[in-house]
Design a protein around this ligand. Sequence first.
Ligand code: PLZ
Length: 434
Amino acid sequence: MTSAPRPASPASSEDLHKRRAGAVARGVGSVIPSYVDHASGGTIVDVDGREWIDFAAGIAVTNVGNSAPRVVAAIREQAERFTHTCFMVAPYESYVAVCEQLNTLTPGTYEKRSALFNSGAEAVENAVKIARHVTGRAAVVVFDHAYHGRTNLTMALTAKNMPYKHRFGPFAGEIYRVPMSYPLRDGGLTGPVAAANAIELIEKQVGAENVAALLIEPIQGEGGFVVPAPGFLPALREWATAAGVVFVADEIQTGFCRTGDWFALDHEQVEPDLITLAKGIAGGLPLAAVTGRAELMDAVHVGGLGGTYGGNPIACAAALAAIETMHELDLPTAARNIEATMLPRLQTLAAQDPRIAEVRGRGAMLAVELVLPGTLTPDPTTTAAISAACHRLGLLTLTCGTYGNVLRFLPPLVIDTPTLTRALTLLETAFTTT
Ligand code: PLZ
């Protein structure tokens, strides 16, 4: 799985950081000040020769690892044949093959169609377009703590102001936000009760007959790895069916084996009408998709969906190779094994450290939420300090959450057990020394 070592770049991270300040817009941030030289299935090596254990996977993208052998071979082979013709101009097989794969792999036993795009935000935008077109309705219901992207429509769908929305409005209209099932913070409401509360708000404040789509992350990503109580998603699914509302699952962060199933909805056997996909789909290349019921997807007029680069041939070749790798290495099981290794250690840590209010997540999408001991008051300061301590120790962690108080762990699913175990020891050290 390791890429051939290449000579490190002659520039140091410090040099590159200085060059960056004069070239790259300040609004684009980076978690660490180190610049990458190469990366593999569980580690990143920077230009200074320092190794980092990767608990970010490029924000849940490199599920098959960086430079996975099949992915690299497929990219190389496709790049030599042709790099771009635009599927809307001169189509090619790999686009069709990716759609066939997605139609088979995603939850839902009905006939499906797919369309390919470049980014998660673009997939979400298109899912909303399709739902509005099909229903002739305008309203879109989203949830507290949701994250769906940074474009104008998806900023409106995203909950958190800083850094995503601040002074970037006005935002798209007809977006309505309702409470998410968040067991730690909603008093432990059962899934069906939390769903009934959300549904009541929708019916009273929006009107079911005005709602085109209900859009939800089955486990919230940027919003804090919030896992809804069991029964929440099935109850919303049932209501959407009865109300003629398109149920859209945003599995951009949870998809492609991350949670121990191919998709997070598989866990409660919920079938979406549309599902948005990106991130893990193509082993690191930019590709995204909307997959869904054939009668919804096919309702849009010819030419109504598309884009210059959507389903670029190199990205499609990478996706086919990444999906083959997921099968070959049985990555759903790998994600469950990561959970089996990590969860007991995180729980032991939580039992010893009163700042950890909860350990949660599923598969290789795990997190701890930090509070002031004895309260539920979020503690973003300690969270940032512990994450920074991890970075000093060589463990690349990310934070998330509306309150910035969740430390999340997203290792590549191919990470080997010794590296994973070493990472947990570093994490424990970060907690005991911060
Ligand atoms: N939907 C559920 O997680 C992307 C964004 C990080 P794009 N999440 C990481 C950042 O700060 O920009 C995401 C997601 C869910 C949609 C998206 C958007 O996907 O590929 O970043 O557009």
